[in-house]
Design a protein around this ligand. Sequence first.
Ligand code: XBP
Ligand code: MG
Length: 255
Amino acid sequence: MSGLQALIFDVDGTLADTERDGHRVAFNQAFANAGLDWDWSIELYGKLLAVTGGKERMRFYLDTYRPDVRMEDATIAELHKAKNQYYAQLLERGGIPLRPGVKRLLEAARAANLRLAISTTTTPENVFALLANNIDANWFEVIAAGDIVPKKKPAPDIYEYVLAQMNLPAANCLAFEDSENGLISALGAGIETIVTINDYTQNHRFVGVASALPNRAKLVLSDLGEPDRPCQIIAGDTQGATHVDIPLLTRLLAS
Ligand code: XBP
Ligand code: MG
């Protein structure tokens, strides 16, 4: 078996810009509702994103910014559950659209009989909440999310889990990520990766990030682009293409 067989997508920041106006807002609602005076600004949240996983992020916040506060893991888990309920409500209101080119590329992949999967740090319910408002979850044969593996990104575990579930070698897959942690995770599993940046990740390193080969993103783009709305190419060679489509991905994997 050779060539491109499957596309594996990160969720937050890649399928949709869910962090600043989604998860962050929902965290703050949960904190306020619990009577906590924590308020995660847009800027602070950018720093907290260094840690993947909502529960892990809250623990990191406490350790780093509120060392005076003692909080049990169970309390963090309750806060996280409340935050995810607020997040789902926000998505139900249609608050967060898919990023440019995402739906088009997923439809093209299905038409080309490519297999699809999700590899994310976020809680499974949050993935389904996003998909429910945008695309059919059944398009993805594997949805690997949250605590399904003990070590979250940048560990490669979640991508390795997807490969094992799909019974596919890394060489037949491409990953889509938006962040350095995500890129390190995918490369750690040996999967070539396309990065689409966003406001929070535009200054991340996408070259020389992992000891595994290859140690760089195959492409770094503003977004996946649309035929009538070209993407910006930040690094890599799209071979003249102005949006990401299946012929480009097939060529990239072969090159
Ligand atoms: C996303 C995350 C998540 C979300 C919040 O990483 O780090 O923690 O910010 O989701 P990725 P939860 O883009 O790699 O999926 O609160 O459900 O963890
Ligand atoms: Mg992401």
